[in-house]
Write a protein that binds this ligand. Structure first.
Ligand SMILES: [Zn+2]
Ligand SMILES: [Zn+2]
Length: 181
Protein backbone atom coordinates (compact mmCIF):
# COMPACT_ATOMS: atom_id res chain seq x y z
CA UNK A 1 0.00 0.00 0.00
CA UNK A 2 2.95 2.29 0.66
CA UNK A 3 3.99 1.95 -2.99
CA UNK A 4 0.43 2.59 -4.15
CA UNK A 5 0.42 5.91 -2.22
CA UNK A 6 3.84 6.67 -3.66
CA UNK A 7 2.59 6.11 -7.23
CA UNK A 8 -0.45 8.27 -6.46
CA UNK A 9 1.90 11.07 -5.33
CA UNK A 10 4.06 10.65 -8.44
CA UNK A 11 1.04 10.66 -10.74
CA UNK A 12 -0.37 13.84 -9.10
CA UNK A 13 3.02 15.44 -9.51
CA UNK A 14 3.39 14.28 -13.13
CA UNK A 15 -0.08 15.30 -14.29
CA UNK A 16 -0.37 18.36 -12.02
CA UNK A 17 -3.88 17.18 -11.12
CA UNK A 18 -5.48 15.40 -8.19
CA UNK A 19 -5.28 11.69 -8.90
CA UNK A 20 -7.59 9.45 -6.81
CA UNK A 21 -6.86 5.80 -6.03
CA UNK A 22 -9.07 4.53 -8.83
CA UNK A 23 -7.20 6.64 -11.37
CA UNK A 24 -3.89 5.56 -9.84
CA UNK A 25 -4.85 1.89 -10.23
CA UNK A 26 -5.85 2.54 -13.83
CA UNK A 27 -2.41 4.01 -14.52
CA UNK A 28 -0.70 0.99 -12.92
CA UNK A 29 -2.90 -1.50 -14.79
CA UNK A 30 -2.29 0.19 -18.16
CA UNK A 31 1.41 0.20 -17.49
CA UNK A 32 1.36 -3.51 -16.63
CA UNK A 33 -0.56 -4.36 -19.81
CA UNK A 34 1.90 -2.37 -21.95
CA UNK A 35 4.82 -4.19 -20.37
CA UNK A 36 3.59 -7.74 -19.98
CA UNK A 37 0.75 -8.42 -22.43
CA UNK A 38 2.27 -10.18 -25.43
CA UNK A 39 -0.82 -9.45 -27.54
CA UNK A 40 -0.72 -5.69 -26.85
CA UNK A 41 3.03 -5.70 -27.41
CA UNK A 42 2.68 -7.56 -30.73
CA UNK A 43 0.10 -5.08 -31.97
CA UNK A 44 2.44 -2.17 -31.22
CA UNK A 45 5.53 -3.77 -32.75
CA UNK A 46 3.75 -5.01 -35.88
CA UNK A 47 2.14 -1.60 -36.36
CA UNK A 48 5.57 0.04 -36.18
CA UNK A 49 6.96 -2.53 -38.61
CA UNK A 50 4.16 -1.89 -41.07
CA UNK A 51 4.80 1.87 -40.90
CA UNK A 52 8.48 1.23 -41.49
CA UNK A 53 7.65 -0.95 -44.49
CA UNK A 54 5.39 1.69 -45.97
CA UNK A 55 7.93 4.45 -45.38
CA UNK A 56 10.97 2.64 -46.68
CA UNK A 57 11.71 1.24 -50.10
CA UNK A 58 10.83 -2.40 -50.69
CA UNK A 59 14.06 -4.17 -49.77
CA UNK A 60 14.25 -3.20 -46.09
CA UNK A 61 11.63 -5.62 -44.83
CA UNK A 62 13.78 -8.72 -45.08
CA UNK A 63 16.33 -7.10 -42.79
CA UNK A 64 13.82 -5.71 -40.32
CA UNK A 65 13.72 -7.31 -36.92
CA UNK A 66 11.06 -6.62 -34.33
CA UNK A 67 13.76 -6.04 -31.70
CA UNK A 68 15.46 -3.34 -33.74
CA UNK A 69 12.20 -1.52 -33.80
CA UNK A 70 12.09 -1.33 -30.04
CA UNK A 71 15.22 0.81 -30.06
CA UNK A 72 13.09 3.70 -31.27
CA UNK A 73 11.88 3.90 -27.71
CA UNK A 74 15.01 4.22 -25.62
CA UNK A 75 13.53 4.29 -22.12
CA UNK A 76 14.96 1.89 -19.57
CA UNK A 77 11.43 0.57 -19.07
CA UNK A 78 11.45 -0.70 -22.63
CA UNK A 79 14.68 -2.49 -21.87
CA UNK A 80 13.13 -4.16 -18.83
CA UNK A 81 10.09 -5.02 -20.89
CA UNK A 82 12.22 -6.63 -23.58
CA UNK A 83 14.09 -8.64 -20.99
CA UNK A 84 10.85 -9.84 -19.45
CA UNK A 85 9.46 -10.84 -22.84
CA UNK A 86 12.67 -12.63 -23.68
CA UNK A 87 12.45 -14.50 -20.37
CA UNK A 88 8.83 -15.38 -21.01
CA UNK A 89 9.45 -16.59 -24.50
CA UNK A 90 12.42 -18.64 -23.45
CA UNK A 91 10.21 -20.25 -20.80
CA UNK A 92 7.67 -21.02 -23.51
CA UNK A 93 10.38 -22.45 -25.71
CA UNK A 94 11.71 -24.59 -22.91
CA UNK A 95 8.27 -25.97 -22.24
CA UNK A 96 7.85 -26.63 -25.89
CA UNK A 97 11.27 -28.22 -26.18
CA UNK A 98 10.31 -30.61 -23.44
CA UNK A 99 7.55 -32.09 -25.57
CA UNK A 100 9.65 -32.36 -28.72
CA UNK A 101 12.80 -34.37 -29.26
CA UNK A 102 15.90 -32.19 -29.64
CA UNK A 103 16.72 -31.76 -33.30
CA UNK A 104 19.92 -30.17 -34.54
CA UNK A 105 18.18 -28.00 -37.13
CA UNK A 106 15.85 -26.44 -34.57
CA UNK A 107 16.27 -22.66 -34.56
CA UNK A 108 14.61 -20.14 -32.28
CA UNK A 109 11.42 -18.55 -33.58
CA UNK A 110 12.18 -14.93 -34.50
CA UNK A 111 10.56 -12.23 -32.39
CA UNK A 112 8.71 -10.87 -35.43
CA UNK A 113 7.07 -14.25 -36.05
CA UNK A 114 6.23 -14.57 -32.33
CA UNK A 115 4.53 -11.18 -32.47
CA UNK A 116 2.60 -12.27 -35.57
CA UNK A 117 1.47 -15.49 -33.85
CA UNK A 118 0.33 -13.49 -30.79
CA UNK A 119 -1.51 -11.00 -32.97
CA UNK A 120 -3.25 -13.67 -35.06
CA UNK A 121 -4.15 -15.99 -32.15
CA UNK A 122 -4.81 -13.12 -29.68
CA UNK A 123 -3.16 -14.99 -26.83
CA UNK A 124 -5.77 -17.77 -26.85
CA UNK A 125 -5.57 -21.51 -27.46
CA UNK A 126 -6.56 -22.33 -31.07
CA UNK A 127 -7.88 -25.84 -30.46
CA UNK A 128 -11.41 -26.39 -31.76
CA UNK A 129 -13.62 -29.31 -30.74
CA UNK A 130 -15.71 -31.33 -33.19
CA UNK A 131 -18.49 -28.68 -32.92
CA UNK A 132 -15.99 -26.01 -33.95
CA UNK A 133 -15.97 -24.33 -30.54
CA UNK A 134 -12.62 -22.78 -29.69
CA UNK A 135 -10.85 -23.50 -26.39
CA UNK A 136 -11.15 -20.48 -24.08
CA UNK A 137 -7.75 -20.88 -22.37
CA UNK A 138 -5.67 -17.69 -22.35
CA UNK A 139 -3.02 -18.96 -19.97
CA UNK A 140 -0.54 -21.86 -19.81
CA UNK A 141 0.06 -21.33 -23.53
CA UNK A 142 2.67 -22.90 -25.80
CA UNK A 143 3.53 -22.33 -29.43
CA UNK A 144 3.16 -25.61 -31.35
CA UNK A 145 4.54 -26.60 -34.76
CA UNK A 146 1.68 -28.06 -36.84
CA UNK A 147 4.25 -29.92 -38.92
CA UNK A 148 7.09 -30.93 -36.59
CA UNK A 149 10.61 -29.66 -37.29
CA UNK A 150 11.70 -33.30 -37.39
CA UNK A 151 9.34 -33.86 -40.35
CA UNK A 152 10.46 -30.78 -42.25
CA UNK A 153 8.24 -28.19 -40.56
CA UNK A 154 9.56 -24.67 -40.18
CA UNK A 155 9.08 -21.55 -38.06
CA UNK A 156 6.69 -19.89 -40.50
CA UNK A 157 3.54 -18.20 -39.21
CA UNK A 158 1.41 -20.81 -41.00
CA UNK A 159 3.18 -23.67 -39.26
CA UNK A 160 2.87 -22.22 -35.77
CA UNK A 161 -0.18 -22.22 -33.56
CA UNK A 162 -0.96 -21.20 -29.97
CA UNK A 163 -2.18 -24.07 -27.81
CA UNK A 164 -2.82 -24.43 -24.09
CA UNK A 165 -0.77 -27.07 -22.27
CA UNK A 166 -3.58 -29.62 -22.27
CA UNK A 167 -4.38 -29.31 -25.98
CA UNK A 168 -0.69 -29.16 -26.82
CA UNK A 169 -0.16 -32.48 -25.08
CA UNK A 170 -3.21 -33.88 -26.84
CA UNK A 171 -1.82 -32.90 -30.27
CA UNK A 172 1.42 -34.72 -29.54
CA UNK A 173 -0.28 -37.80 -28.16
CA UNK A 174 -3.27 -38.23 -30.47
CA UNK A 175 -3.79 -35.22 -32.77
CA UNK A 176 -7.57 -35.87 -32.67
CA UNK A 177 -9.01 -32.36 -33.05
CA UNK A 178 -8.47 -29.56 -35.48
CA UNK A 179 -6.32 -26.54 -34.81
CA UNK A 180 -7.23 -23.67 -37.03
CA UNK A 181 -5.48 -20.41 -36.35
ZN1 LIG B 1 4.28 -28.94 -30.11
ZN1 LIG C 1 -6.80 -25.36 -25.22
Amino acid sequence: MKNLRRIQDLECQRTKTTCDLEKTLEVIINDYIQKHDAVTKSEKVLHKLSLRTVNSNANSRANTKADDNDKDNNSSQTQIQKTKIAENSSKTNNNHEASHPKINQRVAISSEIKHQVNQRDQGQCCFRNSQGTRCINRRWLDVHHRKPIAKGGDNSLENLVTLCKAHHRLQHEFAPGSVSG
